[in-house]
Design a protein around this ligand. Structure first.
Ligand SMILES: Cc1cc2nc3c(=O)[nH]c(=O)nc-3n(C[C@H](O)[C@H](O)[C@H](O)COP(=O)(O)OP(=O)(O)OC[C@H]3O[C@@H](n4cnc5c(N)ncnc54)[C@H](O)[C@@H]3O)c2cc1C
Length: 413
């Protein structure tokens, strides 16, 4: 088949590669260089352990603190929250233990097949130097925060994620670059990372084009279908035809699906990063998530990357740098770094469905149309598995894992 993949973030690129390997003739379309939006500036964690979605029973308990603006992990624009109140209340309605556990099982399965595929593609692309083993570490400044986190460790035990727990002295031994302010750490031993997420996407795009795939830099302005063919329209170049279309445009996907009459409950968890020059002391060996501080510190090729938690705001509202500024201040408590490298912080938009699970599968009212978006905090991790699943579904084969939790028709669309 001739397949057009709309969106060249890590999800679209992985999907294009998986479809090409399944024998299709694929055109990957992005209005920018692929991998330069949300997939550019993340923390580079290739996770097999990110099973606790944000809409958890714990979120309800911390809601008063969040609403009072006392958390650096979650910030929000009151105007946006009021405008999307229905979505917000629906998001909170998923904060039950049953739904939270079910999401954990589903996400774990997708992450495990994705990490295997990442490792295979990284080797094939010859970019092993980007891949970092050694896990992903969550550190806790306060004993109470670690106690609250134990619910997620119970779920990790259930789904079979391996981890190790360290106390203050052990943390010093395995991460000597951290200052002794942390009471406890949880190391997810099998999680990996990359030292430059954009370079990873570039490497996958190279694999794709070298095998004959086409990358089209153009902004998709319309999708239509007649006599069995799809037409992809652009504002400033002629249409292209395809037998199938995959919408994988991350935070813009619901808008594009909306052109065909689908109303998908997607919102944006915006996030920022800033690079700092490494300090003179020991460098970190892996990505470290400071749970109480609400940020991650990650050694990257560009410098030490500080990534923020969540900002709930309109997708296209101007950036608000207060969260990243605070994150950098707090990060200096935990790790020695020199001056800021970037002139302005980077901002991205995590695409999040109301139940925190991506939408991966066929569109119900259009033959040959497929959805693959909404990967929230873990799209870099889950891109390859999502692509493999779509490729299997298009071939009429059974996907490698149960895709029922991700089916688009779980929503009335
Ligand atoms: C601060 C931060 C830290 C994160 N850390 C991690 C992490 O460590 N590990 C992890 O797994 N995930 C992480 N994430 C999440 C991850 O980055 C996202 O889930 C992922 O990048 C989403 O990829 P995507 O391909 O769906 O979207 P995007 O990367 O946003 O790609 C969508 C693409 O669609 C294109 N597009 C949109 N509209 C059109 C159109 N009309 N025509 C043509 N092209 C169009 C855009 O140009 C864009 O390139 C983090 C996110 C943030 C913000």
């Amino acid at each position: 088949m001739k397949v057009a993949v709309v969106g060249g973030g890590i999800v679209g690129v992985s999907n294009a590669l998986a479809l090409q390997k399944a024998g299709h003739q694929v055109t990957l379309i992005d209005r920018r260089t692929p991998g330069r939006e949300t997939s550019y500036g993340n923390a580079g964690v290739l996770s097999e352990s990110s099973i606790g979605v944000l809409n958890s029973p714990g979120l309800l308990k911390s809601l008063p603190k969040l609403l009072l603006g006392k958390s650096n992990s979650v910030r929000f624009s009151p105007t946006f929250v009021l405008k999307r109140l229905g979505w917000m209340l629906s998001f909170l309605s998923y904060c039950t233990k049953r739904r939270w556990r079910a999401a954990g099982y589903a996400l774990r399965a997708l992450q495990v097949i994705s990490l295997d595929q990442h490792k295979a593609w990284i080797a094939e692309a010859g970019v092993d130097s980007l891949l970092r083993y050694g896990g992903w570490m969550k550190v806790f400044r306060r004993g109470e925060s670690y106690e609250a986190y134990k619910a997620e460790l119970e779920l990790a035990d259930e789904v079979g994620t391996e981890y190790s727990i360290f106390d203050r002295e052990q943390i010093r031994q395995i991460e000597p670059g951290l200052k002794p302010i942390y009471e406890k750490a949880v190391l997810y031993d099998n999680t990996c990372g990359v030292s430059n997420p954009a370079a990873l996407t570039d490497a996958y795009v190279r694999l794709f084009t070298e095998a004959g795939g086409t990358v089209l830099q153009a902004s998709v302005a319309g999708l239509s279908r007649d006599a069995g063919a799809w037409h992809v329209a652009f504002a400033d170049r002629e249409d292209i035809d395809a037998d199938g279309v995959v919408i994988a445009a991350g935070p813009w996907s619901s808008e594009i699906a909306g052109w065909l009459g689908y109303d998908l409950p997607l919102a944006w968890e915006r996030g920022y990063h800033m690079h700092l020059e490494p300090g003179e002391g020991p460098q970190l060996n892996r990505a470290v998530h400071d749970v109480d501080g609400g940020f991650a510190i990650v050694p990257m090729q560009q410098g030490v990357r500080i990534t923020t938690g969540v900002e709930i705001a309109a997708r296209d509202a101007p950036p608000n740098y207060s969260q990243v500024t605070r994150s950098v201040e707090l990060a200096r408590d935990g790790h020695e770094m020199k001056g800021e490298i970037d002139e302005t912080p980077w901002m991205g938009r995590r695409p999040t469905m109301v139940d925190s699970l991506p939408v991966i599968g066929p569109a119900p009212r259009h033959d040959g149309l497929w959805f693959n978006f909404g990967h929230q905090h873990i799209g870099l991790s889950m891109g390859p598995g999502s692509g493999l699943a779509i490729a299997a579904m298009i071939a009429g084969e059974t996907p490698p894992i149960d895709m029922a939790p991700f089916r688009p028709t779980r929503f009335s669309i």
